[in-house]
Write a protein that binds this ligand. Structure first.
Ligand code: UGA
Length: 318
């Protein structure tokens, strides 16, 4: 259940396109604009009690190919928003990222874990560094200038309508789910970066939205906090995710061909400067404690729904 169903708030949604936000509600206003548009942040912060900041360039293929834009979008464009929220006394709920933990090898804890990024030459880390600096700016405004804030660190959220299919409704390499779905729809080999040996924990978009709504309902508990939102029970090797998606696809489309998987070196797939996090497991005890929340959706529950969604939206194009 989303924000409109679960709260009485009026929502002003700002985006460059609304193809994916089809819901109708008298409490929803759509503003089609870019965050860089002059006056936009001023009007958004003037009119709202709370601002949920979600804009980002967040596909790893961009981090080493367009690093200047990645730093602009994930840091510079948002500096004025932090400042305006401080001056106007607005609650800033900012979506950061699990990537700030970098290559930290253990369960990632908001208040204790080191943030371990690679060398500057490994441009994969431009995104994490930009996101980390913005977190530090928000924190500093909170500690020294009275900003009410909550920083959310999402850990690999997946679900229907995620990203795009390259060549149909977007360009460039999306995140792994959409890459694999494209291969399934086009009956091409699924590409396993460095053998698909890295692991991720995936949280369903439904569980994630539930957590965000609980944050909005609990300002007194969540202000001044950094909160991981992820599902440590859903850890999987990327090569196994490929197998799970193939099975889910074949269950819906039994006549389709057998699928191949192909290993590709990281720098061949993403370009020079790519690097990877081998494991990424969130410590979600703080989210459980503050929000009374626990993610519940397993791969078996989410993958068939995701596969059907991509098939309905794209099958005729493939
Ligand atoms: C993502 C992005 O940086 C952000 O969207 C986000 O902030 C963060 O993680 C998150 O969601 O928590 P990453 O998990 O590396 O980073 O993104 P994916 O593109 O989904 O890649 C996951 C893994 O799959 C990586 O090891 C990648 O090399 C691999 N992969 C990707 C493949 O094996 N094949 C592909 O076709 C695509």
């Amino acid at each position: 259940m989303g924000l409109l169903e679960e709260t009485e708030y009026k929502v002003r949604a700002v985006d460059k396109t609304f193809e994916k936000l089809t819901i109708a509600s008298p409490r929803l206003e759509r503003v089609q604009a870019s965050i860089q548009e002059p006056g936009l942040l001023d009007s958004v912060t003037a009119a709202s009690e709370a601002v949920i900041s979600t804009t980002a360039l967040c596909t790893p293929a961009l981090y080493n190919k367009r690093p200047v834009e990645v730093i602009e979008a994930n840091f510079l464009d948002l500096v004025p928003l932090v400042d305006l929220c401080t001056r106007r006394g607005r609650w800033l709920i900012h979506f950061s990222t699990s990537e700030v933990y970098g290559t930290y090898p253990d369960r990632m804890n908001e208040d204790q874990s080191q943030l371990v990024l690679g060398p500057v030459q490994k441009e994969r880390w431009t995104y994490a560094a930009a996101k980390q600096l913005l977190e530090r700016l928000i924190w500093a405004h909170g500690q020294h200038r009275g900003l009410a804030f909550t920083i959310v660190r999402p850990f690999n959220v997946i679900g229907p309508r995620m990203d795009y299919i390259e060549g149909i409704d977007g360009e460039g390499t999306p995140r792994v789910l959409a890459c694999f779905m494209r291969s399934l729809l086009y009956q091409e080999p699924l590409q396993l970066v460095d053998g698909g040996r890295s692991r991720r924990t995936f949280v369903s978009v439904g569980d994630f939205v539930d957590a965000v709504v609980r944050i909005i309902k609990r300002p007194e508990r969540c202000q001044g906090e950094i909160i991981n939102i992820g599902n440590p029970s859903n850890e999987i090797r990327i090569s196994d995710l490929a197998d799970e998606l193939i099975s889910a696809y074949q269950a819906v489309c039994p006549d389709d061909v057998r699928f191949e998987k192909r290993t590709v070196p990281g720098e061949a797939f993403y370009g020079p400067g790519y690097d990877d996090t081998r494991r990424r497991i969130p410590d979600i005890r703080k989210a459980e404690r503050l929000l009374g929340w626990k993610p519940t959706t397993s791969f078996d529950e989410m993958l068939p729904i995701i596969v059907r969604d991509y098939m309905e939206r794209y099958k005729q194009n493939s």
